[in-house]
Design a protein around this ligand. Structure first.
Ligand SMILES: [Zn+2]
Length: 293
């Protein structure tokens, strides 16, 4: 499943094609995504201008001139592609010529900029939803999300407060979207390795009894921000279905330090450990038992 860096990469790909442009035509080829699209979906978009495209955790949020917000989620296998109508001006590095394989293009946005934006999703766990901006705070998809890890407000004090008294493992705590939003299996493993903290460590141990951050919390926040920024710079990680909107692959999977590297030498300078795989709450965890304490 795409995590924050993959979704942010998609946002950056969609922005030049959609921001400031109108939906000239909206084709809905399949309504039955993760949940059915409303009957008036195309009608509520057509003629409206996209004021901006933002992101909250793994959700893309397009602000429309109608006052609606279009919430988009990639699910397991969803992807957006940006094509350019023949004869029109290119729209930056993300545009590409129309490709052939359109069987799973469930939604097609024809933008007034000449860009054609397709949403392709073979497994149909992705979703779209229109919500009035005034009701966004109460939107159940977004209501229980923790802080944005790349936001200025997210720091060691905030993370320590969230982990105070938690008896679960750090791996489980960081995978919980209420602790911090947008992290999944890959980036939790990578952040813990950078912070030299064991995924099995009890979450509460990054905070004092009163919830004040200790040095571990500082290291962990640094590790989370660093790995996410590095991954975004590399266009995200291409595992299974993630692609950039121009069809290119994100490259961060080549920079994993522990994820999917069981049996390999730990990349921490001076560490002689070997990456180990364990299973925590049903998911694989990769870590170095020597330098991650
Ligand atoms: Zn190590």
């Amino acid at each position: 499943m795409p995590e924050l860096p993959e979704v942010e990469t998609v946002r950056r790909g969609l922005a030049p094609a959609m921001e400031g442009a109108r939906f000239a035509k909206v084709e809905v080829r399949r309504r039955d995504l993760r949940w059915p699209l409303p009957k008036d979906f195309a009608q509520r978009l057509t003629g409206k201008t996209v004021a901006g495209i933002g992101r909250r955790a793994k959700y893309l949020l397009a602000d429309l001139s109608s006052g609606d917000v279009l919430i988009m989620h990639l699910g397991m296998s969803g992807s957006f592609h940006v094509f350019q109508e023949a004869g029109k001006k290119a729209l930056g590095r993300y545009h590409q010529e129309r490709a052939q394989h359109a069987a799973h293009d469930h939604i097609v946005f024809h933008m007034s900029s000449g860009a054609i934006v397709t949403f392709n999703d073979p497994r149909r766990f992705g979703s779209m939803k229109l919500v009035p901006r005034a009701k966004l705070d109460a939107e159940p998809l977004l209501a229980n999300l923790g802080p944005e890890p790349l936001g200025n407000a997210f720091d060691a004090a905030m993370l320590a407060r969230a982990c105070k008294g938690k008896k679960t493992s750090l791996k489980a705590a960081l995978s919980d979207q209420r602790t911090v939003a947008g992290l999944g299996n890959i980036y939790v493993c990578e952040a813990l390795h950078r912070a030299r903290l064991s995924p099995k460590r009890v979450a509460a141990t990054i905070a004092s009894k009163t919830g004040a951050p200790n040095e571990r919390a500082e290291r962990l926040v640094e590790g989370i921000k660093a790995v996410l920024n590095d991954a975004i710079r590399a266009g995200g990680s291409s595992l299974r279905d993630h692609k950039l909107t121009d069809g290119e692959l994100g490259m961060f999977q080549h920079h994993f330090r522990v994820y999917d590297r069981e049996g390999e030498k730990c990349p921490t300078p001076g560490c002689r450990g070997t990456i180990k795989r364990i299973v925590q709450t049903g998911r694989s965890t990769f870590y170095c038992p020597v330098c991650q304490k």
